[in-house]
Design a binder for this molecule. Sequence first.
Ligand code: NAD
Length: 312
Amino acid sequence: MKLLVTGGAGFIGSHFIRHMLAKYPDYQIINLDKLTYAGNLENCKDYAENPNYRFVQGDIADKKVVDELAAEADVIINIAAETHVDNSIEGPTVFLETNVIGTQVLLEAAKKYGHKRYVQVSTDEVYGDRLDGSFVETDKLTPSNPYSASKAAAELLCMSYNRTYSTPVLISRCSNNYGTHQYPEKLIPLFIKKLLAGEKVPLYGDGLHVRDWLHVTDHCKAIDLILHKGKVGETYNIGTNEEHNNLEITRMLLEILGLTEDRIEYVTDRLGHDLRYSVDASKIKSELGWAAEVKFEDGFAEMVEWYKNNLK
Ligand code: NAD
């Protein structure tokens, strides 16, 4: 099988390609990535020379480059996106260009070449927040910020292509990922970077915003399962209910690094900040046999060690 994977120089995309190359030695993978500030070819350096792997720098919203690469591929896995909520609040336009128009360009190519499968990697953030309970796949999408709205819009386009053109789309909605190789703008790598540099960490509001944390490799295994065993036209939540608020995550980092709470600086909250995300992942567990394998405490400690050695 030949896969066109987008966003493979980013956090999740680079882990996904590593996972696929190791697990399926006869698969060929094209990594299409624009190399925005968040993309880094260092993330792919351990498999850059693999004969089954090829990197192409380009934009998923560029019809010409997408058309050329899609012509060679059997399936598309769209992981590329603008992903930082704070940036989407400052300047939403690029989020629409990449996350919505880019998705439409890829869908058009999947339609043209009759691809076997098109997997859209989406996010639990499309549901918006809730204080208790968990969202199931059929719940309404009520995104709170331009990032999650652009991801929700992309999902709706995918479903419309499925209904109108029978494009074989599958959608995943995963909770917050933690792990190595993440650009240091998101909470965990940003805070580690600042703590290692002797700086304070800026914690939004009261720090009590809750996220469900999943190790990035468990997310990649779920995408792999959805690609191979998922039912076309279906959406799958991915999560573990490993809930921690941002203050707890910060305290864990301080403890591992042997630092104290005076390194926390409480700052004005993000506009429209979602209080808690939570998805019910029963469907992917019961229908596709997915289960998270990495124990949170183990994955977290290993991750901090990696950033200590690799953050520049
Ligand atoms: P990231 O910001 O680390 O990486 C995004 C990658 O996409 C980068 O390599 C970037 O260069 C590339 N890219 C951006 N615009 C592009 C364009 N127009 N054309 C081609 N490439 C482009 O993001 P991530 O955290 O790895 O997230 C990947 C996907 O997973 C996103 O779709 C995101 O919505 C989803 N997701 C992320 C999380 C999380 O916790 N990080 C959780 C659930 C879902």
